[in-house]
Structure formats: structure tokens, C-alpha cells
Design a protein around this ligand. Sequence first.
Ligand code: TYD
Ligand code: MG
Length: 463
Amino acid sequence: MAAKVRSRFVCQHCGSSYAQWLGQCTQCKAWNSLVEEVVDRVEEKRGTPASVKGRSPKPVPITEIPAQDGPRIPLSDRELARVLGGGLVPGSMVLLGGEPGIGKSTLLLQTALRNAHLKTLYVSGEESEHQVKMRAERLEATNSGSTLAGGGNTCFVLTETNTQTIFKHIEALQPGLVVIDSVQTLHTAVLDASPGSVGQVRECTAELMRFAKTTGIPMVLIGHITKDGFIAGPKVLEHMVDCVLQFEGDRDHAYRLLRPLKNRFGSTNELGIYEMRGSGLAVVEDPSQVLLGRREERPSGVVVAATMEGMRPLLIEVQALVSSAVYGTPQRSSTGFDLRRLNMLLAVMEKRCGFRLGQKDVFLNLAGGFRVEEPAIDLAVVCAVLSSNADIAVPMDVCFAGEVGLTGEIRPVTRTEQRIAEAAKLGFARIFVPKGTKGITPTHGIQVVQVGQVSEVLGHLFG
Ligand code: TYD
Ligand code: MG
């Protein structure tokens, strides 16, 4: 085994470097800020494949550079392809982040299995070959019998965590796609730090990145994100990779959202929606339809909001329950909606509309485990709370889009037209939108009601 590459411990705050690890940087006094980094790459280069070694770029006139490296690689999973900006870009590096157990391995293994045109190397540092095989059989059970036919024989599994060895296997196999599950298990021989540490994760990603760029083989890295933030991983990688996809959703619910946080090759406004089934992740064809469920009638406290997720309109059920507080301090709890914003809306209802909610427990919930950040859902939240408070149901065929301001005014929202169109498509008869929304063309089958104040809406709904 060749001698170790020289490495140093560098403070991530002030850049001072040390020969050994210290708990505190003696220069800037920051704690726990030293990370091992490679200083001398000569040794490392000895282990790098020939294709990467002899590369020295020269200045090129911009007019002579082709617009794209080549055509994008199509994927059978159209949601994934769309979120990536229309397929995989050769030589690109994608980071798929998400909490453990959310379905990252499932998504990429099914991509490997279902794209027969793409020879895939699935590098698994977390699970054994048998575990990957068992998962593959589960995924394929409903697809084509349990024979792993079709894409099965273009998917190769490698249980290895040393990057230099992985590169050798890639060189030999020449796959069209490499999946690394997960970046936290990798280690490079050039650093002593243990796998999963900041130094290792960063150095391994840098090596993979150089490899992907020179060979043109696209790579997808899986990175775990824990609930209480980012432990040694995805955050430090975000600026290095070409594309960061976040896989999110509530583990107790079946729906999963695939959201691009960064994309050098496409828009970050896209959104992919999946449902976790017994046979893997299935694309949700018509999300609004699924989220609204098939109800005969809606009880009080349940209303529909016309929201946007990225570029996609999404109709979603907002549920509120208002009851007398049992204990001294009323409880406020919210799932899928910012609790501080709920408190603000309650204050607005109290002050501007004269509802006595101060002594009431208020619970709010968005259907399907979804989380909505955009303020256009405010009006639906207000109506759900008031509907539950008065115990009067809001008619089935009504939905809402509007931000509520501190004076109880309803403020304009983006893409009202698209929200109206989606509501009309799903058979709603009436939609409440902010007053002064411009350019609303009469849409067949739906009545658009423009409202300027929360109190006006109440007049319409509860008389
Ligand atoms: P997994 O892909 O292992 O998550 P991650 O790689 O993000 O940690 O998915 C884990 C969950 O998905 C697991 O709890 C079981 C569930 N699952 C299904 O419901 N159906 C399936 O077909 C598969 C393969 C997994
Ligand atoms: Mg996994």
C-alpha cells in the first residue's frame, strides 16, 4: 500500500491549518471547526484512473463551445426526468437528500431496474447484495414477474466503500449511470478520518465529481439528512454538485415529494409527487384528486385550498378543529403549516373579525402529510378555523386562494389563473380569490369571487 497522502487539519472558520486535530482552533478560538483536508495530491493521483490523469483544459472561444455535452439521457420515470430538467445530463452529479427511511434507495434502485437502456452500477455501502436483491424482487414483483426481467440484467450491484476501488470497477464496467448509496459510507484512502465525517464526505464527493466530469458518466449520490438538521453531509456538498434533489414527506403517509433545491440544468420550480406502495414508488398522476379524497360531504372545519407547489397547482384539504380549552392555556398545534403563522392568523381573526378564539384550543392539519409554505393558503386556514368554530360546514364545491394580511385584508397571490383552472378541472363551482386580481378570463363552469376582506368571505359563506 502506498504511503498516505499528506493531509492537514484546516479550521473551517479562519483557514488556519494544523498537523493534528484539535478541539479548538488556537487562532480564531472556534470549537470543533477543524476538518481534515488533502494537501498533496501526488499520491492520490497514482491511484486515479488513466482517463482522469492526462487532462489539461485550454482556453476555448465561447462561440466554439457546443451548447450541450450531448443529448440528455431519458428516464422511464417521467417525474424524476422532469425534476432533473428533462432527463440526466451526461457527466452530471446529482445529490439526492432526505431523511433515513423516506425511500431514497427505493427510488434509485427502481430507476436502475426500469431503465433497460441504461447500464447502472449501484454501489451500496449500506446494504448487502442480498438486501439489495430482496428489495429489487419486491420492486419487480408486480412489474414483470419476480424474474427481474428487462432492466434487471443491466443493473450491477457493488458493495464497496473505498472510492479508489469503486473507480477501478467503474472503469472496467463502463456503466451509463452510477448510483452511490450513500455518500456517508464512502471513504478515500487519502484521508484518515472515518467515513461520514465532513472531511471524508467532502473529499470523496470531490473525487467522484472529477471522475464524473472527465468520464462523462452521470452519478447520483444519496445523502442522509437527519430531522434535527444536517449531520456531516449534504449541506457541505450542495455547492459542489450540479443538482440537489430533496426527497421529503411524512413517513406515516404514503406521499413523497421530490423537490429540486438546486439545478444547474433546469428549473427549481418543478416538483415530483410519488406514492409509496408495496411495490415501490408510483408516480401520482393527479395529485389534487388524490389529496381531496372522495368525500360525500365535508364536515365543518374542512375546506379546500388552491395552492401551488413550484409550478404545479395543487388542491389540498385544510382541516381545523376548534374546541374549548380544557386546561388554562389554550393549545395551538399545526401539522404542515407554520405554527407562528397560524397564531398570527388567529390574532387577526380575534382583532379584526371579533371572534373570541383566545380561550379555544386550535388544531390544524393539512391532508396527506403535505407541508405548504406559501401564504396563499392563509384564506383557507382562516375559513377552516371559523367553520369549525361556528360548526357550520363550508359547501363542498368551494375553494380558496389568498394571503391574509394583519388588517384582515386579502392580498394578491401568484398564478391565480392556474389555480382557478385547476379548481375548475376538479369540478369546483366557486373559488374565492383576492380582490383586484388582474387578467382573470371567465373560466367555464366556475364562479370566481373576488374578495378584499376576510369579513366579506364570511358574508358569502355563512350569511
Ligand atoms: P428506503 O428506500 O430504504 O429509504 P432510504 O434509502 O431513504 O433510507 O425505503 C424505506 C421504506 O420504504 C421502508 O420503510 C419500507 C418502504 N418500502 C415500501 O413501502 N415499499 C417498497 O416497495 C419498498 C422497497 C420499500
Ligand atoms: Mg437507503
